[in-house]
Ligand binder design. Structure first.
Ligand code: BES
Ligand code: MN
Ligand code: MN
Length: 517
């Protein structure tokens, strides 16, 4: 594998400033969509289309047809978050630079680098026994409305045996992960109006209301110093993780002290102190202020009482909370907490319900096995603090949604000096990391009858490779034996390349597989 070429190609992708939330970058988002589409065509996708929007389209691709094989939906996003504050980047965000084995650029880890990893892993793995579908969107960082609408209109686009979302990270270097929850999000602008227009602070100061002051007090009422969100009803549906899950988190390679010193790089942590940091990050909802607008913020000094101020805020939601309810709760709380002489309004920009995924489908075993082969360690079950709005909709057809990825926790997503460790990328592509994952995903359709044509498997196969069968079918070998020799074609399609490494020569010589008429 030519790493120089790959790096050149990824850099090309990263140089496109596809910031979905800023209209000034609409053309760049289109260019990034074109870049993805060209890659999909190069992979041999028969049907590459822009769907859903004139603005930031969803790039859709259908991989080469493998009759009888299961369908794997690969999801990712080509849009990125705004790169500001620019002066805090060591090198400019859209001029990718390698330092110390790390590739620095906006989108390096979130999510262009990971989309790239998937595409190149498929390319490196010729004709995997899988029917690939690609949904690579361009509005993930702005709420995914276009993809929601598309899936509502055309639900078949997400029809698959398994969906794979590679937009996450390991829990620590050397520790790959699979995630059982994502937090949801409720993004809002809270605006406070106190007078018809701005006023001279000498003429009016002392008697006229000040919008910034009122906004500051309102925000202070919405969230207390102790970290509690004081929106009435907000914590109602929140459930604590089970004792077993909390105990498992204690064993994760995560130290609160390191988190403070190495990752947050602050002087102290905040939030609800009676819960562990992981519980605060993964299982509790939040309220954050992202920016405050209004009044005078130019150079120099101006003495004015601002008449209007706006805060951009968001609340992260955890399983059982519902975006719709939280929006109602926030609107009611703002109304209740603002004094009578203030006009306070809330505008909801976008949002997402939380996602919860059962990790019991056989595909998760395969993912674990694949990472074990490549990294030397299987996947740790974890939860994620971040949000990927479309995940609940991707799983609506009943297919398991596999949340995993090749990032590392210190990639600084959305922040200055975002990076991707190149070793993670090469592991993913070259050392059969994601490649193996993709290959083994061939079996993820097991249990759903995708293929009508059964094959005859030699009984020897069933008795001599019980471990392999256990791995692929996720069932005890005894149960498999009961299935008898008639095994669905898509299982065979997967067993063959997997078995190929170990047994295929002997097996095929002795008992060539025969398709039944
Ligand atoms: N890849 C992230 C989500 C993520 C981050 C998952 C960290 C797990 C760990 C995604 O691109 C993201 O940033 N999503 C936004 C969604 C929002 C803008 C609707 C987020 O979480 O803020
Ligand atoms: Mn992302
Ligand atoms: Mn992101």
């Amino acid at each position: 594998m030519d790493r120089d070429r790959l790096l050149r190609e990824l850099n090309e992708f990263l140089r496109i400033p596809s910031v979905s939330t800023l209209p000034a970058h609409d053309d760049d988002c289109r260019a990034a969509a074109e870049w993805v589409a060209a890659e999909l065509r190069r992979l041999g996708c028969s049907d590459v289309e822009f769907l859903g929007s004139e603005k930031h389209p969803v790039v859709w691709g259908v991989g080469p047809d493998v009759p009888g094989a299961p369908t794997l939906l690969l999801y990712g996003h080509y849009d990125v978050q705004p790169p500001d504050p620019l002066k805090e980047w060591t090198t400019p965000p859209f001029e990718p630079a390698v330092r110390d084995g790390r590739l620095y650029a906006r989108g390096a880890a979130d999510d262009k680098g990971q989309v790239f990893c998937l595409l190149k892993a498929v390319e490196a793995n010729d004709r995997p026994p899988v029917n690939f579908r690609f949904l690579i969107e361009g509005e993930e960082e702005f709420g995914s409305k276009v993809l929601f609408d598309l899936l509502k209109r055309e639900p078949h686009r997400s029809k698959a045996d398994v969906a794979l979302v590679a937009d996450m990270s390991y829990v620590a270097p050397g520790w790959p992960a699979v995630y059982s929850t994502l937090r949801g999000l409720c993004y809002a602008e809270i605006t406070v109006r106190t007078a018809k227009s701005d006023l001279h602070s000498g003429e009016y100061g002392g008697a006229a209301p000040n919008a910034h002051e009122e906004l500051a007090r309102l925000l202070g009422r919405l969230k207390g110093e102790d970290g509690r969100v004081n929106v009435p009803g907000f914590y109602g549906p929140v459930k604590r993780p089970s004792k077993a899950e909390l105990a498992a988190w204690k064993k994760l390679p995560f130290k609160e002290k390191d988190f403070l010193v190495k990752r947050v790089q602050a002087k102290g942590l905040t939030g609800l102190k009676k819960y562990s940091v992981l519980e605060r990050l993964w299982a509790l909802p939040t309220f954050e202020i992202h920016g405050i607008l209004g009044g005078f913020t130019g150079q120099g000094a101006k003495t004015v009482i601002p008449a209007e101020a706006t805060a951009k805020v968001s609340l992260r939601l955890v399983p059982n909370q519902k975006l719709k309810h939280v929006q109602q709760q926030v609107a009611a709380a703002v109304k209740r907490f603002a004094p009578k002489y203030v006009t306070a309004t809330v505008k909801f920009l976008h949002g997402a319900d939380p996602a919860q995924i059962k990790l019991d489908h056989p595909s998760f075993k395969l993912l674990d096995q694949a990472f074990r082969e490549v990294v030397g360690r299987g996947t740790l079950p974890a939860r994620a603090g971040g949000s990927i709005p479309v995940v609940p909709a991707l799983g609506a057809t009943g297919a398991p949604v596999i949340l995993t990825g090749i990032g590392l926790p210190d990639d600084r997503l959305h922040a200055p000096d975002e990076k991707l460790d190149l070793k993670q990328l090469w592991d993913g592509i070259e050392d059969r990391g994601v490649q193996t994952v993709l290959r083994t995903t061939g079996a993820w359709g097991v249990g759903r009858s995708v293929a009508p044509t059964p094959h005859v498997l030699p009984s020897e196969f069933l008795t001599r490779v019980p471990k392999l069968i256990d791995l692929v079918l996720g069932q005890a070998p005894a149960t498999v034996a009961l299935l008898g020799p008639r095994v669905p074609a898509h299982v065979v399609a997967v067993l063959l390349p997997k078995a190929g490494d170990v047994f295929v020569e002997q097996l095929e010589a002795a008992h060539p597989l025969r398709a039944l008429p």
